[in-house]
Ligand binder design. Structure first.
Ligand code: HAM
Length: 431
């Protein structure tokens, strides 16, 4: 019988795991430099945590099930809802702002393809209870710095304020249901599709003026100078003005945080329903259709879950896509061999001493392997070669009689007799 991996999941082997750990450490360092602390929430939660406000798209993709006591549960498709629950359960008395970050698996039942999996990893953060736009500016700046430190050189940050489009919906009296339908089409980023949806045979909304504005609006992509054009387009609609002011303030703040390389893009709609203000996405064009490596924005889920009205801002990197992006930019770290020293007992009578030598090296944090399968001499050396170790310590009976071992430099082939007491210092000096 042969078992295969479930569709949309992967196994990771040594080299890939070490590259992933390195990227993980880089992100931890950046996030901690900004004062964020790590938290962990369960892999599964009550189903209703995700059905309350995460948007149709996510709900269709849920891995949900009943446990043996008939509880409705779901594997988490994302972590923001869980963090909002955690805040209400554990942290509502904590002084704000609260800065949390997380790294872990998420699960979405969707059609697997390159860069799109059923189990994938998110590295994300939530800034709870900070005032915008300084909170938003700092969050975007942290995302930007992470990308730079990971060696991703081609990323584009796209920022929008959902208050602009929502202001228009309000002005033209478009109900929630229809607004949502339009947002789903806007999120697809396809102008023809939007034109069909707004002006085709069965338009979602029957309003020529709004349709015309929306069709101009989703094309508005550019650096901060585009702000004037946006203002000209929507300033007359009073309901958009708060959003315009907030966007203007964010632009000023981003400059002070030294983030200059971004686009304002009024077509960014986000697939999740809980955002209320600024939203942003980061794209790496080399990744093709799954180019979005990060998504985030400002939201107020805590109030929705029955807590106080605390505004939060956050984002999550799709960690698997980040790894693809680092590779596409040619900056994956070269993987070093996983051990430095191989201890090779040449005969049965030196085996016990060899174990002690290996232990002494390990105690000093030297990555060491020892023969555990009683290999013959030739095989010992070829195994050491395959491991890629720097040194092999050959423990032979004759040398041991003189309290010595032979240490072979596997790169140069040079070998030397070393006193057993000096093995550690010799290796430390030459490693
Ligand atoms: P999201 O955009 O749904 O946002 O997911 C964040 C990132 O996860 C995406 O940009 C993408 O890189 C990655 N991702 C999503 N689905 C998959 C998949 N099936 N396979 C591989 N990668 C995937 C959120 O989840 C929000 N909770 C982010 C947030 C935090 N907003 C505020 N705080």
């Amino acid at each position: 019988m042969e078992f295969t991996r479930p569709r949309g999941t992967r196994d990771f082997l040594f080299d890939e795991m070490r590259q992933r750990s390195e990227a993980e450490n880089t992100l931890r360092e950046v996030f901690e430099n900004y004062g964020y602390g790590e938290v962990k929430t369960p892999l599964f939660e009550e189903l209703k945590l995700f059905t309350t406000k995460s948007g149709e798209e996510i709900i269709d993709q849920l891995y949900n099930f009943k446990d043996k006591s008939d509880r409705e549960l779901a594997l988490r498709p994302e972590v923001t809802a869980a963090i909002s629950r955690l805040y209400i359960n554990e942290m509502s008395k904590t002084a704000k702002p609260i800065k949390l970050y997380y790294y872990g698996s998420c699960f979405r039942y969707e059609r697997p393809q390159k860069g799109r999996f059923r189990q994938f990893w998110q590295f994300g953060c939530e800034l709870i209870g900070a005032k915008s736009p300084e909170g938003e500016g700092e969050v975007i700046s942290m995302a930007n710095e992470s990308i730079i430190k990971l060696g991703i050189t081609t990323a584009e940050i796209h920022i929008n304020h959902l208050g602009i489009i929502r202001g228009l919906f309000e002005h033209f009296g478009i109900d929630k249901e229809k607004s949502r339908e339009v947002m789903v089409v806007v999120d697809k980023g396809d102008k023809q599709l939007l034109e069909d949806a707004l002006k085709g045979d069965e338009p979602i909304i029957d309003n020529e003026e709004l349709a015309d504005i929306l069709l101009v609006l989703i094309d508005m992509v550019g650096d901060s100078s585009i702000f004037e054009d946006i203002k000209n387009l929507v300033f007359d609609y009073e309901e958009c003005r708060t959003a315009l002011d907030e966007l203007q303030e964010l632009i000023t703040t981003l400059k002070s945080f030294n983030v200059l390389n971004y686009n304002i893009n009024l077509g960014v709609a986000r697939g999740l329903d809980y955002y209320t203000g600024i939203v942003f996405e980061i794209y790496v064009p080399e990744l093709g259709s799954q180019k979005q490596v990060c998504g985030g924005g400002t939201y107020s889920l805590i109030k929705l879950f029955g807590g106080e009205d605390v505004v939060s801002t956050g984002f999550a990197f799709g960690f698997d896509r980040l790894m693809d992006a680092i590779e596409a930019c040619g900056n994956l770290p070269t993987v070093k061999p996983k051990v430095d020293v191989y201890v090779a007992p040449i005969s049965d009578d030196t085996r016990q001493l060899s174990y002690t030598i290996a232990q002494n090296l390990r105690c000093e944090n030297i990555k060491t392997e020892i023969d555990l399968s009683r290999k013959k001499f030739k095989k010992l050396l070829s195994y050491a070669n395959n491991l890629g170790v720097r040194f092999t310590v050959l423990v032979g009976s004759k040398d041991v009689e003189n309290n010595q071992v032979t240490i072979k430099n596997m790169q140069t082939g040079y070998q030397e007799l070393i006193d057993i007491d000096n093995i550690l210092s010799y290796i430390k000096e030459n490693l």
